[in-house]
Design a protein around this ligand. Structure first.
Ligand code: FES
Length: 219
């Protein structure tokens, strides 16, 4: 579950401005919607604010990850000419928007039934032990935050976690530790299945349409 939105928390900055580079992306996002419907851009603008904070956080000491301060939501409300509460409503509803500070690597562990049946409890235990933090907590160096989430739509390769924009699937205790170790060194672990599986294909290879799979070069 994501951390709650506390508009008066000490960590809330006084103000927020989009950088020049992000301002350009903001304008591009708004231009995709018909005139008079610019408020529909609230979701991409929230995403851009979160990404800008993540870029700033990657250079800070200690590091931190992408989240959306209240000041950024107010700025978005001003840009889109809408009531701030409407921006807060969207930001607090969706789990992909972090409304409180998180670590540089936000480890979202799926604990829904298919992942749970395939061992998500072991993955949770591996992460908490290896990082020395509980669910919803952040490591003191600001690198990792752990969170349990509901189904992320990759059940076929359960158990899985999402870390920032990437999915890591078919996890075992060993592969989970390796991923965390690589990220703690800011290296890029292999994304997707951690076994020899292609996409969501059976581990033994295609079971139907074999000729087509061969032609498409997937086996
Ligand atoms: S249950 Fe974990 S991805 Fe669907």
């Amino acid at each position: 579950m994501k951390k709650s939105f506390d508009i008066n928390a000490d960590y809330q900055p006084e103000s927020f401005e989009f950088s020049k580079a992000f301002q350009k992306k903001v304008e591009e996002a708004i231009s995709l919607y018909p005139k008079g419907r610019q408020q529909s851009a609230v979701m991409p603008l929230l995403d851009l604010a979160q990404r800008q904070v993540a870029e700033e956080g990657a250079k800070a000491t200690p590091v931190y990850g992408g989240w959306i301060p209240r000041a950024a939501m107010d700025k978005i409300a001003e840009i889109l000419d809408m009531a701030p509460i409407k921006v807060y409503e969207v930001a607090t509803f969706y789990s992909m928007y972090n409304t409180a500070p998180v670590g540089k690597y936000l480890v979202q562990i799926c604990g829904t039934t298919p992942c749970w049946l395939c061992g998500s409890d072991d993955i949770i235990q591996t992460c908490t032990k290896h990082l020395g933090i509980g669910m919803g907590e952040t490591t003191p160096d600001g690198k990792f935050t752990l969170m349990e989430v509901e189904c992320l739509g990759a059940c076929v390769n359960a158990p899985m976690v999402q870390i920032n924009d990437d999915y890591y699937e078919d996890l075992t205790e060993g592969s989970m530790k390796e991923i965390l170790d690589m990220l703690s060194e800011d290296m890029k672990p292999k994304i997707g299945s951690q076994k020899a599986r292609k996409a969501s294909m059976a581990l033994s290879g295609p079971t139907t349409l074999k000729e087509r799979a061969k032609k498409a070069g997937v086996v």
